[in-house]
Ligand binder design. Structure first.
Ligand SMILES: Cc1cc2nc3c(=O)[nH]c(=O)nc-3n(C[C@H](O)[C@H](O)[C@H](O)COP(=O)(O)OP(=O)(O)OC[C@H]3O[C@@H](n4cnc5c(N)ncnc54)[C@H](O)[C@@H]3O)c2cc1C
Length: 467
């Protein structure tokens, strides 16, 4: 790690000149707020020296230029809903919050695109599109709080990724402040381009290490008119997860296939203080879109038959799916309510490997005396397993968790899986990233980082070490 300089009173004065007094804070309470994301364990928290709130792209660029000149680290931050400590300023320095860059600049219903600043809440993007009869298909469970810039920076997934892809598939272009403080727009509002490297795609998912996203041009699609949510209940995790592949082979492409195991359902029930239907089973929440009502009914009949033939105990067509979606979307909060000491893993495997991966992971947790709650964006092969301390004594927890993670990834990587399907690596998974990534691939990533950020000031100590 390079040796960084502290934020001196002279640097604070310069920041105030660049951004105005109101957009620079060293208030200890505020610094504390920006010392963590949604990871609750305090060993992952770190105080910034100052937090800044630029209102324009030019102000972002000016801060980054100053930071380069003075060798001070800058950590970009959206809403801080991340689960990988990506927005935590491990090296101190400046946290650059995008929360005041929160305007939707343009929505064009005819050409179906939207231009938004990085700090616009994802739900506001979705609602604005909806008001114009359009769909923004990015749909992370944290949509009511996270920012679109954070979604692009992490390549967020979510509930509609089976049909529409992850955030990178929703983006035409990004306006970026480079690690040297230059402003550029990468990508374009085109359906194809073979014009050099896809630098927009490199920035998307780079977790604030290669550039600060200030504006995004997003693809919109017509709002589906014919859709339905179903709840399929299975007696076991195995039978529920096997059904994902059965649907795919039957040619049904849902918008959503979300899995919740019985303990995860119970955990959400306890948090929401609400009884959920068939909560002794294992859920698949399935959303189907079709061209017309007749086609939708046909798919519903086919789904019903498949469920009957493959061990589902119940298939409900949900007239009001809000309760079930609330349970699914509040799962992360429900686990946090249960205990602050846990690790949310975000493993991704080829979809056909889901059944064996889920079984093996549960077995590994059990063997070590830890408890597990599992939900999954099952249609994407993305498993969110929350590993809880369970019977593990306090003083052994960190080591036991380390062993569990290594046993899991020793198994997952040969299956063709990876560490993170959507939350990113941040700081929390940096060591695992370095252990499990092919050294050639890791070296390519380091070379790119060094070429774009020679002073290593933008979100340092994330993803991988400099050496
Ligand atoms: C209850 C809950 C449910 C969740 N559900 C999902 C889900 O379904 N799918 C999913 O993918 N994630 C999910 N997440 C994780 C999280 O919400 C996403 O990672 C989200 O994209 C983070 O956005 P944010 O604005 O909060 O970013 P932050 O947490 O502030 O930052 C995340 C990372 O992006 C970087 N960053 C942020 N803004 C910028 C920017 N403008 N330019 C450059 N870098 C930037 C930060 O440096 C950091 O590395 C969930 C989290 C919670 C708490």
């Amino acid at each position: 790690m390079p040796k960084y300089n502290p934020v001196t009173p002279a640097v604070l004065d310069e920041l105030r000149t660049l951004l105005g007094e109101k957009n620079v804070t060293v208030d200890p309470d505020k610094l504390h707020t920006y010392s963590h994301d949604e990871v609750t364990e305090s060993r992952y928290h770190h105080l910034p020296e100052v937090v800044v709130f630029p209102e324009t792209t030019e102000q972002v660029a000016a801060v980054v230029k100053l930071a380069n000149r003075k060798l001070i680290p800058v950590t970009p931050r959206g809403a801080g809903t991340g689960l990988a400590c990506g927005a935590v300023p491990n090296c101190g320095g400046i946290v650059l919050s995008t929360e005041k860059m929160n305007k939707i600049i343009e929505i064009n219903p005819d050409s179906m695109y939207m231009i938004a600043e990085a700090g616009v809440r994802t739900e506001d993007v979705q609602q604005t599109a909806k008001q114009h009869g359009l769909l923004y298909a990015g749909d992370p469970c944290s949509g009511d709080s996270c920012f679109i810039g954070g979604n692009v920076a992490t390549n967020a997934g979510g509930n509609k990724a089976v049909k529409y892809g992850t955030t990178r598939h929703q983006v035409y272009s990004v306006e970026v402040v480079t690690p040297k403080g230059e402003i550029t727009t990468l990508g374009a509002r085109l359906n194809k381009s073979s014009t050099g490297y896809s630098l927009d795609q490199l920035i998307i998912g780079s977790e604030g290490t290669l550039g600060i996203i200030t504006k995004v041009t997003l693809k919109l699609v017509p709002l589906p008119q014919h859709f339905a949510d179903f709840l399929a209940v299975f007696p076991s995790t195995d039978s529920a997860i096997a059904f994902v592949g059965i649907m795919a082979k039957a040619g049904i492409t849902p918008t959503t296939i979300e899995f919740m195991d019985t303990v995860a359902i119970r955990c959400s029930e306890a948090f929401l203080n609400e009884k959920l239907p068939h909560s002794d089973g294992n859920y698949l929440i399935i959303q189907i879109e079709a061209d017309n009502e007749e086609a939708l009914e046909d798919i519903a009949c086919e789904l019903d038959e498949l469920c009957t033939n493959h061990g589902a105990t119940t298939l409900l067509m949900l007239n009001d799916s809000a309760k079930i979606w609330k349970a699914r979307k509040s799962f992360a909060e429900a686990v946090r309510h249960e205990t602050l000491i846990h690790s949310n893993e975000d493993i991704v495997v080829p979809v056909d490997k889901l059944p064996e991966a889920m079984k093996r992971m549960a077995g590994i947790c059990e063997k070590h005396g830890a408890a597990a709650r599992t939900v999954s964006h099952a249609g994407d092969g993305n498993i969110h397993i929350s590993i809880l301390q369970g019977d593990v004594p306090d003083e052994q927890w960190v080591d036991v968790l380390h062993n569990i993670q290594h046993e899991i990834f020793d198994y997952i990587y040969p299956l063709g899986g990876k560490l993170s399907g959507e939350h990113g690596i941040g700081y929390k998974k940096k060591e695992l990233m370095q252990t499990y990534t092919d050294p050639v691939e890791l070296d390519m990533m380091r070379s790119i980082k060094l070429a774009l950020d020679p002073n290593w000031i933008l979100n340092p100590d994330k993803l991988f070490d400099r050496e």
